[in-house]
Write a protein that binds this ligand. Sequence first.
Ligand SMILES: Cc1cc2nc3c(=O)[nH]c(=O)nc-3n(C[C@H](O)[C@H](O)[C@H](O)COP(=O)(O)OP(=O)(O)OC[C@H]3O[C@@H](n4cnc5c(N)ncnc54)[C@H](O)[C@@H]3O)c2cc1C
Length: 455
Amino acid sequence: MTSTIDPERIRTLGNGEPDPGARFVLYWMQASQRAEHNPALEFAVQRANETGCPLVVVMVVMPDDPDASVRHLAFAVGGMQRTVRALSRRGIRSCVRVGAPADIVAELAADAVELVVDRGYLRHQRAWYRELPRRVPLRITQVEGDVVVPIDLVSDEVEYAARTIRPKIERHLDRFLVDLHTTAIEDRTTPEGTTSDVDLDTMDGASSIAEWLVDLGVPSDPGPVDGFTPGTSAARSTLRRLLERLDTYHEDRNRFADPDSTSSLSPYLHFGQISPVAVATAVRRRGGEGADAFIDELVVRRELAMNFVARHPEYDSYSALPAWARESLDEHRDDEREHVYTAAELEAGRTHDEIWNEAMRRVREEGWIHNQLRMYWGKQIVRWTNTPEHAHRTLLRLNNRHFLDGRDPNSYANVGWCFGLHDQGFAERDVIGKLRPFTTAALDRKDDIDEWRER
Ligand SMILES: Cc1cc2nc3c(=O)[nH]c(=O)nc-3n(C[C@H](O)[C@H](O)[C@H](O)COP(=O)(O)OP(=O)(O)OC[C@H]3O[C@@H](n4cnc5c(N)ncnc54)[C@H](O)[C@@H]3O)c2cc1C
C-alpha cells in the first residue's frame, strides 16, 4: 500500500491566498465519482489534514449536461447517492448541488482554503478547468485518477494507433499500477453554508431519481435502463465476476451471444464509479493471457481514446478522421448505395437487416450491446447513408444518445474507428472505399447469431 500519489498525476491549475476566514478544503468530485481508489479525494483529505480544516466534497447535477438524458443522469445520480453515503461513513461532508458546475464551485470556493479537482478530457471538461482559475483565486490542484498512466506523460501528440501508444503506456505500468492508501479525515465538522440542494435519499419527495430529474428539465427520452445497478459496490461485484472468468477472457471476448464474455464495466468506468487502476491492478495480480488481453483493452485501447479527445481539437468532427480514409470515402461518394436510410429510420430500427434492427432495438431499450455488435452496428451505418459526413454525425448521435456509456472518449474514438481512425486501409470496396469491412458473415464467424437473438 502506498499513501503517496504519484506527482505525475498532480497539476497546479491556480495559485492564490485564501481569505482569512476560509474554513474548509473543497474537492469538486466530477470525473472520479467514487469514495475509494480516488487519488483526488485522498489528496484533498491529506490537504485538509495538513491545513487543519474539514473537507467538503461537492458533486454537481447538471440538468443540461451535454447530450445527456434521464438514461445517463439517473445512473450518475444513483452513483452519487451511494457515494454520499460512503463519504459519510468516512466522516467526510458532501454537498450535492444542481446547476452550472463552474458557478457552483466558484460560489462554494469563496469560503474555501483551497480547491481540488479531478480530470476529464472532453471539451466541456477542459473548458471548466480553464475557467476555474479565473474565478477562484486560490491554490487549485488537479489530480488525474481515471487513467492508469497520466496522459501528459504518455504523449503530447495525437497517436496514430494502438501499436504506437502501447509501448508508451506499457513502459509505465509498474509505476502506476499501485494500490492507493486511504487517509482518515481528522476534522469531521460540517462547515456552514455547504448544505445540499437536495437530499438524495428523499429526492425532494419524487418517486424516483428519474422523476426528480425530469422535474429539473432533464430530457426523459431515452429513459433509464434496468441492466446496470449504479454505484461503486455494483461495479466491484461486476469486477469480481470478471475475475472469476478472466482466464478465458482472451478466448471468449468476441462471443457476443454470451453476456458474460466481457466485463460490462464500461458504464462504471465512464461515470468514474470504479477506478481503472483498481481494476487493472486486480486483474494483473491474477496474471495469464486473459489478464493481458483485458489490460490491453482497459488500458491501451481506453487510453488511446483519452489521447484522441485530449489531443485532437476536433475529435467529434468528421475532419478528425485520418486523411487516407476521408480521401477514399470521397472517391466513393457517388457510388450507388444498395440501401439508404434516414437518421429517423435508423434510430427506429427500420432497415432491411433484421440483425441490425435487433441490435438497434437493444441499443434503444437496454443502452448497451457487446463490442462485436457495436462494430457491426456502426459499420453498416457507413454503408446505408447518403454521405460519409452524415453517416458520422448520425452514428455519433445515436451512440451518445442511447448508450449508457456514451458521451465518453471511447465514444468518439470508436465511432471514428468505424471510419478508419486508429486503423489501416483494406482492399477497396464500393461505398466504404478502403475502410475495414464488417459483414454479417464476419459477425457470424464470431458467435451464434441465432443464440444471441433468442437471448
Ligand atoms: C461503434 C462503436 C461504438 C462504441 N461506443 C462506445 C461508447 O460510447 N463508450 C464506451 O465506453 N465504449 C464504446 N465502444 C468500445 C467498446 O465497444 C466498449 O467499451 C465495450 O464493449 C464495453 O464493454 P465491456 O466493458 O464489457 O468491455 P471489456 O471487453 O470488458 O473491456 C474492458 C474495458 O476496456 C475498455 N475497452 C474495451 N474495448 C474498447 C475499445 N474498443 N476501445 C476503447 N476502450 C475499450 C472499456 O473501458 C471496457 O469497459 C464502442 C465501440 C464501437 C465499435
